[in-house]
Design a protein around this ligand. Structure first.
Ligand code: C2E
Ligand code: MG
Ligand code: MG
Length: 694
């Protein structure tokens, strides 16, 4: 049924118009028909119900122009669209915002369709405006979320590549461009797999395979190839791209972890390398042995436990910094030994371990010779020359142990045996060594308690004046009798005492005891008997030493010239430290002698600089006298040197008469040795003194 108001919208309506009117009334769009007049004027000819409701148009506006009906701004804008449609004769569309009430704006999409007469002149323009507020809002939300996504992706520090199911790269973000070095265009022509290290491809392919089934995957350790062919360490994530519940592709997210990888690499390096020498450390050794033993790939291999003979002495005398320099040179030299399959590790201190892969006992023996040969040349520091020798203990897998702990322990035991036998050599492990090793440990334990239990004694060995045959002095030699270990020779326990620092309290006891003895013997003869005490290098550098000596001299009230201090050449190596100590000793009035002269780091320089009184020729030069021409020549030179510097010369280790004769003829002042007397308890020594002065 056509309502009354319908009629007023139609000027001169007919049936067709009525039908159209009904349609126009019920469509939601706003429909206008504008008559086109000369001079680009547009006059309202028709407006449907909705148009009258929502636009600023009333029924009275029909027959009026746009400018007459609408506010100026709006009219101008609309007129420009209408004009374009009229002039071009083509359909024009545009969007605009319409305020339908004070608080409500709608977005309209308008299509202007020109209607032409028989000669092609545009006489009407039909405008249809649709309310697209809803879809407009949806679109805007979509755009916003797209923009948000893009800004996350574009500003992400991680590279993001989207690939299709065939692996073709479809989209990339700027980080991916930066990371790969390829521009966006080149990347989009690539298959993503070419960007991976060949070894990592199986991992990546598996990730993609799983992601095609909807799983997000992660890998922490892949290498990504840059355009410049360099590889960077990356962490990879693959995430499925799901559109309408369908997996359409994969996001590949790449994080550059090369910096972290580098740091991790440095940490790993530091954990497995020795800081001083840069070679592998003990931890690396244990790890290697673990892999080797678990893998069971090698039927035989050998382990060399090596340390440097008398290195502690060298370290104490030339200083730790210089000692470090020498250790570095040792590490270099060991690493440079030409042999396939040898790995060098530093255990700590002067201890090294060498792992010789795939080696039989015979191979190990040959390699040990190479190590010894590597030390035949001297080491240099600060233009000074140092000779070092290594002692080496060897264990061979599987015969000497089937696990790392046993192999290391047995190589160490073999090393102890070499040390005990005289150093500078190598030795294979053999099972009965265990006994020996427990002895070293027992020795240290017992040594700690020896002083308080009163197990130490001093023996005295007379020093005989070769011209007068008189005994004017004695050397005090330490003796240790232990209920468990029996009588232990100083050659065995002094090095342990030096290593453990026990030498200091033990040495102090020796000084006191010797002073006490000097005092007792003072009454036996007019001039008293001089007693020489041995001072180890460690003890020599002890700050308290002078105080202790002075205190003992005072306590027993003895003249200082009756106490002789025997030091080895090693103790005098560091002239800066040694000179002031020796000078103070001299100022105290003590006698100073150089023990084992000719065997240490002999330097004629110290003879000139140091306030020395006595040279003690080492027994190794005396041993083969008088047959050895070389020894004879050396001894003659030392005597000559000593005498010309005004020093007393004493020869040690005189066992035979012919040796004593030779020395006497050579003008040696004194001699000491089994030929005259063995070291003896104080009471026996006393008898000798009494006999000599009766
Ligand atoms: P040293 O000071 O060179 O002492 C001489 C060593 O030669 C002594 O060995 C002595 O018993 C030994 N000897 C003496 N005459 C002969 C001989 O005719 N033939 C042979 N083959 N040997 C002879 P000992 O008592 O076993 O001492 C060994 C080393 O232990 C000493 O060498 C000295 O370096 C050290 N020592 C001994 N007592 C002490 C001490 O109280 N303190 C320190 N720091 N070291 C000591
Ligand atoms: Mg001595
Ligand atoms: Mg000596």
């Amino acid at each position: 049924m056509v309502k009354k108001e319908d009629d007023i919208l139609i000027k001169g309506g007919n049936m067709e118009q009525i039908i159209f009117h009904i349609i126009f009334k019920h469509v939601k769009d706003l429909v206008f028909i504008m008559e086109v007049e000369e001079g680009n004027r547009f006059r309202y000819a028709f407006a449907n119900q909705n148009a009258l409701l929502h636009a600023d148009v009333t029924a009275q506006c029909l027959g009026k122009t746009l400018e007459e009906v609408l506010p100026e701004e709006k009219a101008k804008l609309l007129q420009s669209y209408y004009r374009r449609a009229a002039q071009s004769g083509k359909i024009i569309s545009f969007h605009d915002e319409v305020e339908i009430s004070s608080n409500c704006k709608v977005f309209g999409e308008t299509i202007l369709t020109p209607v032409k007469d028989g000669v092609g002149k545009v006489i009407y323009i039909v405008g249809v405006t649709r309310d697209v507020t809803q879809s407009f809002k949806e679109k805007r939300l979509l755009m916003e979320s797209e923009q948000k996504y893009r800004s996350i992706v574009d500003h992400s520090l991680d590279g993001v590549l989207s690939i299709n199911l065939s692996g073709d790269i479809l989209e990339v973000n700027p980080a991916a461009v930066r990371m790969t070095g390829y521009n966006e265009e080149l990347l989009k022509q690539m298959d993503i797999s070419v960007l991976f290290h060949p070894e990592d491809l199986p991992t990546f392919r598996n990730m993609i395979f799983q992601t095609h089934y909807g799983l997000a995957m992660e890998s922490f350790d892949c290498r990504f190839r840059k355009r410049n062919k360099q590889f960077i360490s990356v962490q990879i994530k693959t995430v499925p791209i799901i559109i309408h519940s369908q997996i359409e592709g994969v996001y590949v997210i790449i994080r550059d972890i090369s910096e972290q990888a580098k740091t991790a690499e440095i940490i790993k390096y530091m954990a497995f390398h020795d800081q001083l020498t840069g070679i592998l450390n003990r931890r690396a050794l244990l790890e290697k042995l673990d892999v080797l033993l678990k893998g069971k790939k090698e039927k035989e291999f050998s382990l060399f436990s090596m340390d440097l003979d008398r290195f502690k002495l060298l370290n104490d005398t030339i200083g730790h910094l210089a000692g470090d320099v020498i250790l570095k040179q040792v590490a270099e030299r060991l690493s440079g030994i030409h042999s396939s399959g040898a790995e060098v590790f530093r255990q700590g201190g002067d201890e090294f371990v060498i792992l010789l892969h795939n080696s039989s006992r015979h191979d190990a023996g040959l390699f040990a010779q190479k190590i010894l040969a590597a030390f035949s040349d001297s080491f240099y520091h600060d233009s000074k020359e140092y000779y070092l020798s290594p002692s080496i203990g060897i264990s061979v897998y599987p015969y000497d142990g089937k696990n790392a702990e046993t192999l290391i322990k047995n190589a160490n035991e073999a090393l102890y045996r070499v040390k005990e036998k005289g150093k500078a050599h190598f030795q294979f492990y053999c099972p009965d060594m265990n006994k020996f090793n427990t002895n070293v440990i027992a020795l240290e334990t017992q040594l700690r308690k020896a002083a308080e239990r009163g197990e130490f004694k001093l023996h005295y060995q007379p020093q005989v004046n070769l011209r007068t045959k008189e005994v004017e002095s004695m050397e005090a030699l330490l003796r240790w009798d232990n209920p468990e270990l029996g009588s232990v020779s100083p050659g065995e326990f002094i090095p342990v005492a030096e290593d453990t620092g026990l030498i200091v309290p033990i040495g102090n006891w020796v000084i006191q005891e010797a002073c006490k003895q000097i005092q007792e013997w003072r009454g036996l003869c007019k001039n008293g008997v001089r007693v020489a005490v041995n001072i180890s290098p460690k003890q020599f550098l002890q700050l308290d030493l002078l105080n202790i000596i002075e205190k003992s001299l005072n306590t027993f009230n003895i003249p200082p010239h009756l106490l002789e201090i025997e030091i080895t050449e090693g103790a005098m190596q560091d002239t800066k430290e040694a000179i002031p100590i020796l000078k103070k000793m001299k100022d105290l009035g003590l006698i100073i002698s150089v023990d084992d002269f000719g065997t240490g780091y002999s330097s004629l320089n110290y003879l000139k600089q140091f306030p020395i009184d006595i040279l003690k020729i080492d027994q190794s030069f005396v041993k083969d006298l008088p047959n050895s021409n070389k020894d004879a020549a050396i001894i003659s030179s030392i005597i000559h040197l000593g005498r010309s510097l005004g020093l007393e010369v004493i020869a040690e280790g005189v066992e035979e008469e012919c040796q004593a004769e030779f020395l006497k003829k050579g003008n040696c002042d004194k001699a000491q040795g089994y030929f005259f007397a063995r070291p003896m308890p104080a009471c026996s020594a006393e008898k000798i003194i009494l006999e000599a002065y009766q």
